[in-house]
Write a protein that binds this ligand. Structure first.
Ligand code: TPP
Length: 751
C-alpha cells in the first residue's frame, strides 16, 4: 500500500500536466476534445486577480448588496427568470471557497467524513448548480427539474453545501453543523428520503451513476411519449458526478454500455479525475484510458484539464455536452483532491478524514479565508438568493405550459398527471386476472406474464424488462415494442445480460416520478448478481418490482448453479422489502396488486418454472395478510397439526393434508406467501393462523430451512434443502430431496 508521501508523485505529475494516465490518452482527447487552460500546481492555488481596488471602496460596494467586477460595482437587483450570466470571477471564487470550507468545517466538527472530493469539485459544483442546473429550491419535487446525482456519495458535503447555498429549506446551516449526527438531515452518505434535493441514495460506488442512467431513460421515454410539436412538457437533463471508485466498479460499465446503446443524449456525467482513491494513487490499480472506453461505449467525451480554476472550460464543456443530442456525454474533469490544503492536497489522507485543526488553519491561510467555521459571506448569500426567484419562475412557466397541455391533449395529460403524481387510474386493480379452481394448471411465471400485460394496459407508468431472459422470465409486454434509441416511447426494456445495472437503472426510473413503476427480471438465483441494487432499492424506498422466475430446484436440469436455495431466506433478511412466493394464479395476481400498491417498498416475486395447480382456498384477502389458512378440518382453532408452505410446495402440503385428514387427523394448511406482511398483522390475527397452543407444525419449502424455526417453534420440523441442488429432471430432485407428499406425511407421523 502506498504511504501518504508516495502519492506525492501524482501531485508532481499533475502540476506538470503529464500524469501517467494523461500520457496514455489518444491525441484527440488532449487536443480536439480537451478544454485546456493553464494548469495550476496543486498547492499554488492562484485565483484570477481582479484589478486593484481600495479596501474602502471594496467594502462599500459589497455592503450595498453588489459584487465586484474589476473596479465596477454590479447591482444584484432582480434577476431574469431564466439563466443569469455567470457571477463575476471574484464572487465565483468566494462561492467556491465557501463550498470548500463548509465541507472542511462540517467534517472537522463531525470528526468524520470526506473533505477531499468537495474541496476538489467545488468549482464544478458551483458552475453546475449556479449556472446550469434548473431547479426550484422551494419545491424539490418539481417534475421538470434537472436531476443531479452525486454517485461518489462519500463526498456528500459538496451536495449539502450546494443545496444550502441554493436555498433548500431542508438544508440549513444548522443541518450542516449536524453533519453525520443522529437524526440529522445531512447523513454520512446522501439519502433521498432524508434530504430534499437528493434524488437517489448513493454510497456503494457505481450505483448512483447507474441510477442516473435510469433517470435519463425515464426522461427520454416520457419526452418521446408526451411532448408535442407545439408543447414540450418533459425537458430536463440528468447530471451525475462520479469518481475513480465509481469508474472502477463493473456496475458503472454495465450502465454506461446501456446509456451509450440507448443514446441518452440528456445524460451528462462528470468524472472527477483526481487520481486518488483510498489506498493511494490510482496508478496502483486503475490505469486504463477511461475516455477511450466511453467513446467505445458510444459516448461523447470531453476533457477539462484544469478543473481547479478552469471555470470557463467547465462552462464550455457543459454547453458542448448539452448540444450533443444523440449520445450521453462524459466530461472528465481533472481536479486536485483536497484543493487548497497545503500539506494534504493530492494525497489519500484527505480523501476520508478530517484535516485536523493545524491543517485547517493552514488551508484557511492558503486560500485567504479568514472566517469562522461555517461562515457564508453575505455577498455569496445574496448571489445565490436569485435561485429562489428563478426556481419559482421556472416552475410557474412550466405550470402554465402544462395547463395549456391539459386543455389541448386531455388523454395524454391524464396519463402524464398519473405518472407525475403517482395517483393510479381508478379501478386499475380490476384489470388483474382472476383465477378459479378450474383455471388450468400453469407455471406462476406464465401467470405473471398475464398480470404484467394486464397492468401495463391500465397503468401509464408501467414499464420494464429482463436481463436477456424475457422469453424464459415471460416478461414481454405484448402490446408494446422495445425501448430503443429511436423508439424510446416503447415500454419493453432490453437490459442485455447486465443484472446489476438493471436493478440500479430500475431504481433510477422509480425515483424519477412517483407514477413510474419499473419491473425487472432474471432467474431468481441471479439476484445475487444484483443484490446491491436490490438492497438500495429497499433502502431508498424505490418501489421496483423484481420478477424472479425459476425460483427453486424445480427448474430442473440446469443444476445447482441455477437453482436458488439460500436466496429466499437471504432476501427475507433484508429490511424494507417484500419477498413474495405465490403458489397459484390467485396468489400471483394478488402479489402483483400488493407490489403495485407498495410504491415505497420494492417487491420480489419468486415464480416457478414448473406448472402448478390452482388451489382450493387461496384468496385475495389471505394473500394481502401475508399468511393465512387455506384449508382446515378442525374446529375451535385447535388443529392437531399445521402444515406451512409457500409457492410450489403449498400444493404438497395441501395433498398431504388431504391424506392425513382421511386418516382422521385435524390438519390445517397455511400459506405463508409473504413473511413481512404476515409480521405486520395484529397478534390476534397471527394467533388465529398459528395458535401457540398447537406445537405440531411442519414447514415445507424448496430452500434452506434457516428461519423457519420462527414459525414452526421448538417442536416443529422444517423440510427444505440445506445443500446445493443438483442437475436432474425436477421431479427426480424433489423426490431425492424429500420434498414429497410421502415424506411430509411420514414427518407428520414422527412428530
Ligand atoms: C462498492 C463500494 N466499495 C467500496 C467503497 C468504499 N470506498 C468509499 S470511497 C472509496 C474510494 C473512492 O475513490 P474516488 O472515487 O477516487 O473518490 P475520491 O478519493 O476522489 O474522494 C472507497 C473504496 C464504497 N463506498 N463502495
Amino acid at each position: 500500500m502506498l504511504q501518504e508521501g508516495s502519492s506525492g508523485d501524482v501531485e508532481v505529475a499533475r502540476g506538470s500536466t503529464a500524469s501517467p494516465v494523461h500520457d496514455q490518452l489518444p491525441h484527440r482527447h488532449r487536443h480536439r476534445r480537451g478544454h485546456s487552460s493553464q494548469t495550476q500546481p496543486a498547492t499554488t492555488m492562484a485565483t484570477p486577480t481582479p484589478a486593484p481596488m481600495s479596501p474602502a471602496s471594496k467594502a462599500a460596494a459589497l455592503a450595498s448588496g453588489g459584487f465586484l467586477v474589476g473596479r465596477a460595482r454590479v447591482s444584484l437587483g432582480r434577476r431574469p427568470a431564466l439563466r443569469a450570466q455567470p457571477a463575476a470571477a471574484e464572487l465565483v471564487e468566494r462561492s467556491v471557497n465557501t463550498i470548500r470550507f463548509l465541507a472542511v468545517d462540517a467534517v472537522e466538527k463531525a470528526k468524520s467524513g470526506h473533505p477531499g472530493l468537495p474541496m476538489g469539485c467545488a468549482p464544478l459544483g458551483h458552475v453546475l448548480f449556479d449556472e446550469f442546473l434548473r431547479f426550484n429550491p422551494a419545491n424539490h419535487a418539481w417534475f421538470d427539474r434537472d436531476r443531479f446525482v452525486l454517485s461518489a456519495g462519500h463526498g456528500c458535503m459538496l451536495h449539502y453545501a450546494l443545496l444550502h447555498l441554493a436555498g433548500y429549506q431542508g438544508v440549513t446551516i444548522d443541518d450542516l453543523k449536524a453533519f453525520r449526527q443522529w437524526g440529522s438531515r445531512t447523513p454520512g452518505h446522501p439519502e433521498n428520503f432524508e434530504t430534499d434535493g437528493v434524488e437517489v441514495t448513493t454510497g456503494p460506488l457505481g450505483q448512483g451513476f447507474a441510477n442516473s442512467v435510469g433517470l435519463a431513460l425515464a426522461e427520454k421515454h416520457l419526452a418521446a411519449r408526451f411532448n408535442k410539436p407545439d408543447l414540450t412538457v418533459v425537458d430536463h437533463y440528468t447530471y451525475v458526478i462520479l469518481g475513480d471508485g465509481c469508474q472502477m466498479e463493473g456496475v458503472a460499465n454495465e450502465a454506461a454500455s446501456l446509456a451509450g446503446h440507448w443514446g441518452l443524449g440528456k445524460l451528462i456525467a462528470f468524472y472527477d479525475d483526481n487520481h486518488i482513491s483510498i489506498d493511494g494513487s490510482t496508478a496502483i490499480a486503475f490505469t486504463e484510458d477511461v475516455l477511450a472506453r466511453y467513446e467505445a461505449l458510444g459516448w461523447h467525451t470531453i476533457w477539462v484539464q484544469n478543473g481547479n480554476t478552469g471555470y470557463d472550460d467547465i462552462r464550455a464543456a457543459i454547453k458542448e455536452a448539452k448540444e450533443v443530442k444523440d449520445k450521453p456525454t462524459l466530461i472528465k474533469v481533472t481536479t486536485t483532491i483536497g484543493y487548497g490544503s497545503p500539506n494534504k492536497a493530492s494525497t489519500h489522507s484527505i480523501h476520508g478524514s478530517a484535516l485536523g485543526s493545524k491543517e485547517v488553519e493552514a488551508t484557511r491561510k492558503n486560500l485567504s479565508w479568514a472566517h469562522e467555521p461555517f461562515h457564508v459571506p453575505d455577498e455569496v448569500k445574496r448571489h445565490w438568493a436569485h435561485h429562489l426567484d428563478e426556481g419559482a419562475s421556472l416552475e410557474a412557466e412550466w405550470n402554465a405550459k402544462f395547463a395549456e397541455y391539459e386543455k389541448k391533449y386531455q388523454q395524454e395529460a391524464a396519463e402524464l398527471n398519473s405518472i407525475i403524481s403517482g395517483r393510479l387510474p381508478a379501478g386499475w386493480e380490476d384489470a388483474l386476472p382472476k383465477y378459479t379452481r378450474e383455471s388450468p394448471a400453469d407455471a406462476t411465471r406464465n401467470l405473471s406474464q398475464q398480470c404484467l400485460n394486464a397492468l401495463a394496459k391500465v397503468i401509464p407508468g408501467f414499464l420494464g424488462g429482463s436481463a436477456d431472459l424475457a422469453s424464459s422470465n415471460m416478461t414481454l409486454l405484448k402490446m408494446f415494442g422495445d425501448f430503443q434509441k429511436d423508439t424510446p416511447e416503447e415500454r419493453n426494456i432490453r437490459f442485455g445480460v447486465r443484472e446489476h445495472a438493471m436493478g440500479a437503472i430500475c431504481n433510477g426510473i422509480a425515483v424519477h416520478s412517483p407514477g413510474l413503476i419499473p419491473y425487472c427480471s432474471t432467474f431468481f438465483v441471479f439476484t445475487d448478481y444484483m443484490r446491491a441494487s436490490i438492497r438500495l432499492s429497499a433502502l431508498s424506498e424505490s418501489g421496483v418490482i423484481f420478477v424472479m422466475t425459476h425460483d427453486s430446484i424445480g427448474l430442473g436440469e440446469d443444476g445447482p448453479t441455477h437453482q436458488p436455495v439460500e436466496q429466499l431466506f437471504s432476501l427475507r433478511a433484508m429490511p424494507g422489502i417484500l419477498m413474495l412466493r405465490p403458489a397459484d394464479g390467485t396468489e400471483t395476481s394478488v402479489a402483483y396488486r400488493i407490489a403495485v400498491m407498495n410504491r415505497k417498498r420494492p417487491s420480489i416475486l419468486a415464480l416457478s418454472r414448473q406448472k402448478l395447480p390452482q388451489l382450493e382456498g387461496t384468496s385475495v384477502e389471505g394473500v394481502a395478510k401475508g399468511g393465512y389458512v387455506i384449508s382446515d378440518n378442525s374446529s375451535g382453532n385447535k388443529p392437531d397439526l399445521i402444515l406451512i408452505g409457500t409457492g410450489s410446495e403449498l400444493e404438497i402440503a395441501d395433498k398431504a393434508a388431504e391424506q392425513l385428514r382421511k386418516e382422521g387427523k385435524f390438519v390445517r394448511v397455511v400459506s405463508l406467501v409473504c413473511w413481512e406482511l404476515f409480521e405486520e398483522q395484529s397478534e390476534e390475527y397471527k394467533e388465529s393462523v398459528l395458535p401457540s397452543e398447537v406445537t405440531s407444525r411442519i414447514s415445507i419449502e424448496a430452500g434452506v430451512t434457516l428461519g423457519w424455526e420462527k414459525y414452526i417453534g421448538q417442536k416443529g420440523k422444517a423440510i427444505g434443502i440445506d445443500r446445493f441442488g443438483s442437475s436432474a429432471p425436477a421431479g427426480k430432485i424433489y423426490k431425492e430431496f424429500g420434498l414429497t407428499v410421502d415424506n411430509l406425511i411420514a414427518t407428520a407421523k414422527s412428530l
